[in-house]
Design a protein around this ligand. Structure first.
Ligand code: ADP
Ligand code: MG
Ligand code: ZN
Length: 493
């Protein structure tokens, strides 16, 4: 384990970090990229393999059209140029989980070039350029189960070998760990909206290599970069990049030099450990894959894929702002998933209260969802029922405070909100007689404050309002209650 030299105090401001991400996303195809084996996650080891993905001699790969379509969808969604001809290449290296001794990838002629993803940076938006998106196959997985007497063994599971991946390579436009995680989150959101990747980072469906360098502020050339491999959570992306920036600045400030190397993030110790230096870097000896023809796409087919694109997050956000008049911040929260956004649209339509609907979802609904770890699909109050509740609040037939009580009941009671209001005696008290009765009772029970009020201490009035509200369980109509209290105080004088 190596410890990072702490960046010398104040030095941080003199440097600018430069970050480029290489993200691998597993496509949601049913079968692998070059054979018919299932891609299902979690099956017993080596039960989803065949001669092609085991790398046995004498077999030929056959390209999965669905994987190509998914990759093209992503390229179109982020504004890449789709190559009419791209070429598969062999990337040669030796590793136990790579049975063929090479990975089929794309090298000098990738499927997609260019494009961009807009991220949040401070108060505004910032465009992160993309270098390329290419198709490739995943490798297997090495497992290290503890054998007898605590001895670690190595086993290889090839279920993942041949699962289709896209690699999305960004330009070095990112400037902090925060920007990097926002980029990851937005890329993930696009992939999930397109329904081409499940976005599950724990299961490795989305993983990220971070390239990091630093340079003196104002410098136009880049410093030497290091690459941190296989970051599989947003937190690790953020922490590993922050660590590496600090380490590189500390190194330079103490007279050292950054060496180009590949690092592995040790999440338990919070340090990046050297995996290999530039001298040990692989020479992948790329060459065109002789078993696959170049991939030629028909422009009309590309256009048909474009026509099938769903509404994307940024377009949906802008539409929510435009059509419902809600703030951009609200729209950003509501587009978390497409289903949350359509839940919102249903509640807004049903209640006729777009902003109030947004408030209720962002606070009450999301609080319960976070507490219980629920997707909106599994949230117990359906959009029509929440819409009815928000409508009642918006129309003033119940207060927001009573609304919260009704909401609590609705979490476990499938009845309509007006039914719950009746059943639990939550109807507002707004008839004058009842309010006067309540006011008389409160004034009579508090002779001290009543005397103070009559002696001119106006502030005491708030005390009476509070007491009466409490007694009514929050159901008293606020303005009418005040009138009743003033009448009661005057009467008993
Ligand atoms: P390599 O050949 O080492 O893989 P590439 O030029 O293909 O390097 O870039 C890989 C990734 O590293 C890209 O995301 C790119 O934006 C990023 N990158 C390139 N140079 C730098 C740098 N000096 N600092 C940080 N990131 C960089
Ligand atoms: Mg690289
Ligand atoms: Zn197979």
């Amino acid at each position: 384990m190596s410890t990072a030299p702490k960046a010398i105090a104040g030095a941080r401001e003199r440097y600018e970090p430069v970050i480029g991400l290489e993200v691998h996303a597993q496509l949601k195809t049913a079968s692998k990229i070059f054979c018919c084996c299932s891609t299902r996650f979690g099956a017993p080891p080596n039960t989803q393999v065949c001669p092609v993905c085991l790398g046995l001699p004498g077999v030929l790969p056959v390209l999965n059209e669905r994987a190509v379509r998914d990759a093209v969808m992503v390229g179109l969604a982020v504004g890449s140029k789709i190559a009419l001809r791209s070429v598969f290449a062999r990337k040669n290296y030796f590793y136990p989980d790579l049975p063929k001794g090479y990975q089929i990838s794309q090298y000098d002629r990738p499927l997609c070039e260019g494009g961009s993803i807009d991220i949040r940076s401070g108060e505004g938006w910032k465009r992160i350029g993309l270098v390329r998106i290419h198709l490739e196959e995943d490798a297997g997985k090495s497992l290290h189960p503890e054998g007898r007497a605590g001895i670690h063994t190595t086993r290889v599971d090839l279920n993942r070998a041949g699962v289709p991946l896209i690699e999305i390579v960004s330009e070095p436009d990112i400037r902090s760990g925060e920007e990097a995680t926002d980029y990851m989150a937005r890329l993930r959101q696009i992939l999930v909206y397109l329904d081409v990747c499940d976005g599950n980072m724990e299961e490795g469906s989305l993983r990220c290599d971070a390239n990091v360098s630093v340079r003196p502020k104002g410098s136009t050339s880049f410093g030497t970069k290091t690459e941190i491999k296989n970051l599989n959570s947003f937190r690790f992306v953020d922490r590993a990049i922050a660590y590496e920036i600090e380490r590189q600045i500390g190194l330079i400030e103490s007279g050292g030099r950054v060496v180009q190397e590949t690092l592995l993030w040790n999440s338990e110790q919070g340090v990046a450990e050297s995996m290999r230096s530039k001298e040990e870097a692989h020479d992948y000896r790329y060459f065109p894959e002789p078993d696959l023809l170049p991939l030629d796409l028909d422009p009309a087919w590309i256009e048909s894929v474009r026509a099938s694109l769903p509404e994307l997050p940024h377009a949906l956000r802008e539409r929510l702002v435009r059509e419902h008049g809600i703030p951009e911040y609200d729209a950003e929260v509501l587009i978390e998933t497409r289903s949350l956004a359509s839940y919102y649209e249903d509640v807004a339509a049903r209640s006729g209260q777009p902003k109030l609907a947004s408030n209720w979802i962002m606070t009450e609904v999301n609080a319960i969802r976070n507490r219980d770890g629920l997707s909106i699909e599994r949230f117990p109050i359906q959009a029509d029922r929440l819409g009815a509740l928000v409508g009642m609040i918006g129309a003033g037939s119940i207060s927001g405070k009573i609304g919260k009580q009704v909401f609590e009941h609705m979490l476990t009671d499938p009845a309509a909100p007006d039914e719950i209001v009746k059943r639990h005696g939550l109807l507002p008290i707004d008839d004058e007689a009842s309010l006067l009765e309540l006011a008389d009772e409160i004034v009579a029970a508090n002779p001290g404050p009543a005397a103070e009020f009559r002696a001119g201490k106006e502030k005491t009035f708030g005390f009476f309002v509070g007491q009466a509200m409490k007694r009514s369980g929050g159901r008293a109509h606020p303005e009418k209650l005040q009138a009743a209290l003033r009448a009661a105080l005057a009467k008993q004088a």
